[in-house]
Write a protein of this length. Structure first.
Length: 255
């Protein structure tokens, strides 16, 4: 009889305790998400964009203050440009300029190049991800990196860019493939006794990607791009047409 009473009391305590925990959860939820709360920044897809100078922004991606790596520099350069274009009251003032650095080097497994990830994140913030993402990624896969566009740029600090670097097409968006394809051709050329230039291939690639991203965003802003080109932000279906076999395709050899 005593055991039965103890069991009844224990059940009552359990039910009471669960009710208190539930009530506490409701109170906590109300504290974390107070009624009528509004976001201090625009929703994803509603951030403002103003047309920028692709060459100037691309060049600035060489060394944007406070930004590191391919993801940080590519996105940071565009953020700085939008801050200047839209003024101190724009929401871009609230966003850390180095936020794209999470994608540096393709992340933990050297996957998608950070110079794609950074600008693509920004494209989604302004609402251009579905219109531009697929085209941006496919352009990267077929572009001969690095271009000679930045050969004569004089940075604020550090050595001047090298000239006439070998170019390769990766046929992939993966950092490991893009870099590895280029490095293989670079090593082949300079293993034959040619004078080896300073290796700043990825610095130039960052500028190339930033320039292209701004060109695409400008066209989107001007209404030259479809609203939905089949790409899209995380959570939507994305089908890549990048070939499975990724082979070096040198298009230029340094002399």
């Amino acid at each position: 009889m005593r055991n039965t009473q103890d069991q009844i009391i224990s059940r009552r305590k359990f039910i009471k305790g669960g009710a208190c925990a539930l009530a506490g959860g409701i109170v906590l939820s109300g504290t974390v998400f107070p009624s009528g709360a509004t976001a201090a920044v625009p929703e994803i897809g509603a951030w403002p964009y103003a047309s920028l100078d692709p060459i100037a922004i691309g060049q600035s991606a060489w060394e944007p203050p406070g930004c590191q790596g391919c993801g940080g520099k590519s996105m940071g350069a565009i953020i700085y440009g939008l801050r200047a274009a839209l003024g101190k009251d724009s929401p871009w003032e609230q966003l850390p300029v180095n936020i794209g650095s999470f994608g540096n080097g393709g992340g933990p497994l050297s996957q998608t190049c950070g110079a794609l990830i950074g600008p693509y994140l920004l494209m989604n913030l302004v609402g251009a991800g579905r219109a531009l993402g697929k085209q941006f990624y496919e352009w990267y896969s077929g572009f001969a990196f690095p271009s000679a566009e930045w050969d004569n740029y004089m940075p604020r600090s550090g050595p001047a860019p090298s000239k006439n670097l070998v170019k390769t097409i990766a046929n992939s968006t993966l950092c490991s493939v893009s870099r590895g394809t280029w490095q293989k051709e670079y090593n082949r050329l300079y293993g034959e006794g040619a004078k080896e230039p300073r290796n700043d291939r990825c610095d130039k690639l960052i500028c190339d990607c930033t320039r292209k991203a701004v060109e695409l965003l400008n066209d989107w802003k001007a209404g030259k791009m479809p609203a939905d080109a089949g790409g899209g932000p995380p959570g939507t279906r994305y089908r890549s047409r990048v070939p499975k076999r990724c082979m070096a395709r040198p298009t230029h050899a340094a002399t």
